[in-house]
Design a protein around this ligand. Structure first.
Ligand code: ATP
Length: 239
């Protein structure tokens, strides 16, 4: 094990092709931490996750994971190091069953068997066990989000990146999802969480960054950020 942050992003600029989105970003995630990334639409939150997972290109700066430089690595290499990206809009296989979706997400990264990982996912989300033979498209939005997280866990992440897991879900389900995020972090998975639900995200997170127009505008312990008056100004300013 290495000391220091699990993930360190230093001076990162990145985007798509010639389109620059992020500019000179510094972000750290410590082991066992839940780090929240807030910001208005178009701020660059998804691009940040895409840069870490190797989908968006860094034009400057470095991304270091467990002391290793992963800048410019391909997505399949990044996931094998233990970083899993659970994208916005729950990209699950709609026509496959729950079980088939989980099978397809198992990459055998750290050596746990499929059966062992499936059992862990079923413990966290009993509804996935009940509905293991259901086709994904027949499930509710909340169940589909749980399946998306279940799939991400099949890759045995050390760092789980969640992009707006609460999007479009009923409040009761959102609370369930956040409870599970807390459980995952207690079980030793570090979390990088992009969320529009600012209040809940800051209740659940340890540390938070506010992005706007591709830059970090504010950062601090989640509790302090929750009390920061500038938070709402940035949201209004970016809307
Ligand atoms: P949202 O909550 O709306 O998804 P976001 O903070 O996640 O917002 P991004 O999706 O990272 O923001 O988008 C940041 C900027 O990058 C936007 O101006 C967007 O138009 C642009 N962008 C996003 N994806 C691409 C792409 N594939 N190619 C070119 N530009 C893109």
């Amino acid at each position: 094990t290495t000391s220091g942050p699990l993930l360190r992003i230093a001076g990162l600029s990145s985007g798509y092709g010639r389109v620059g989105v992020l500019e000179d970003i510094d972000i750290e995630v410590d082991p066992n931490e839940i780090v929240v990334v807030l910001g208005p639409n178009g701020a660059g939150k998804t691009t940040l996750l895409n840069s870490i997972s190797g989908v968006a290109r860094a034009s400057a700066g470095t991304i270091t994971f467990e002391g290793r430089d992963i800048t410019g690595m391909r997505p399949e290499q990044v996931v094998r190091l233990g970083i899993t990206h659970c994208p916005e809009g729950r990209q699950i296989f709609q026509r496959l069953t729950v079980e088939e979706n989980l099978v397809a997400a198992h990459i055998g990264r750290a050596g746990k068997s499929f059966e062992a990982l499936r059992a862990e996912a079923f413990d966290l989300f009993p509804v996935l066990k009940e509905r293991r033979n259901s086709v994904a498209s027949r499930m509710s939005g909340g169940q589909q989000q749980m399946l998306a997280i279940g799939r991400a866990l099949m890759a045995e992440p050390k760092l789980l990146m969640l992009d707006e897991p609460s999007l479009g879900l009923a409040p009761k389900i959102v609370h369930q999802i956040f409870r599970i995020i807390l459980d995952l972090s207690r079980n030793g998975i570090s979390i990088l969480l992009v969320e529009q639900n600012v209040q809940l995200a800051l209740e659940c997170g340890d540390y938070a960054y506010l992005l706007n127009t591709g830059k970090v505008k504010l950062h601090g312990p989640a509790q302090e950020m929750a009390e920061h008056s500038a938070l709402s100004e940035h949201y209004l300013g970016g809307a």
